[in-house]
Design a protein around this ligand. Sequence first.
Ligand code: NAP
Length: 302
Amino acid sequence: MKVAVTGATGFLGPGLVQGLLSQGHQVQVLTRDVARAMERLPAGVTGAVFDGRTAMGPEALAGVDAVVHLAGEPVAQRWTKDAKQRIHDSRVQGTRVLVDTMKAAGTVKRFVSTSAIGYYGGAREAQVLTEDSAPGDDFLARVCVAWEAEALRARAEAGVSTAVVRMGMVLHPDGGALHKMLPPFRMGAGGPVGSGKQYVSWIHLDDARALIQFALAHPELEGPVNATAPEPVTNAAFAHALGHALGRPSVMHVPAFMVKAALGEMSKVVLEGQRVLPARAQAAGFAFGFPELEGALKQLLG
Ligand SMILES: NC(=O)c1ccc[n+]([C@@H]2O[C@H](COP(=O)([O-])OP(=O)(O)OC[C@H]3O[C@@H](n4cnc5c(N)ncnc54)[C@H](OP(=O)(O)O)[C@@H]3O)[C@@H](O)[C@H]2O)c1
């Protein structure tokens, strides 16, 4: 299969590209900077420009059978007015441009777009959330709803089998949230944040990539698919498990006001959380390599 991947240069992308190449697929990377992407990614990939704004010619997807869409402005930054606009537009407008190109190219049969568990909104406390749960109504939830709606146009307007993979907090020491948490926890200065009762729906990076590849190989799996391990934990339990994996104390409670002062509105992501279950992935037969947090952290940090 020839697979086009947007956002291939980020946190999830390089390993996914490597995995696709190892399975014998051809990979076409869609990126804002083709030369930089070619330097970062394994030999053998091809590239075309995709900036999430400018219309692309159908040749960008020439002969492409499937598209994986990872691109988007990072969410983990202070949410200034401009940053919020970039977070929204890079996903909503970016997905629109991509789907329009898929329609023009006419060869794409499978589309796997990322979304995020932010779809469910914050403040859901201990409610168990599956793909059938209603969306939330805060900034990230509204971005995810609009992002998914653009992705699902591929099915409605071009008959392309489409899955939207709602990513949880992806764990790997080299990037994402865990990378940011490690320095204080390694110093023994980590601990629960805010009430500590908010849920963390996490997924090992290997499982996140494997689930995207599983979705690519299962076109019958359409619509939303939660990409979270089957055992979400509270923030306090997460802090305890991380301290334990590092052999460090993890009792330094970080009060909510300090997180709000440091992160502004983005602090909602850390202070609220969601308890999400991967109901559809499991029903479709996806086997998590790292279903429990302790084993995942041991593998990542041991
Ligand atoms: N990592 C997580 O824990 C997590 C959690 C929930 C959801 N997700 C979602 O899953 C997807 C992949 O995650 P990731 O962590 O791999 O993402 P990432 O590393 O933050 O970014 C992926 C790529 O997006 C492109 N990009 C960045 N800013 C952009 C902008 N303003 N406009 C257009 N493209 C832009 C870049 O590719 P080029 O420079 O090559 O164009 C970048 O390498 C993202 O959409 C993310 O929101 C991730």
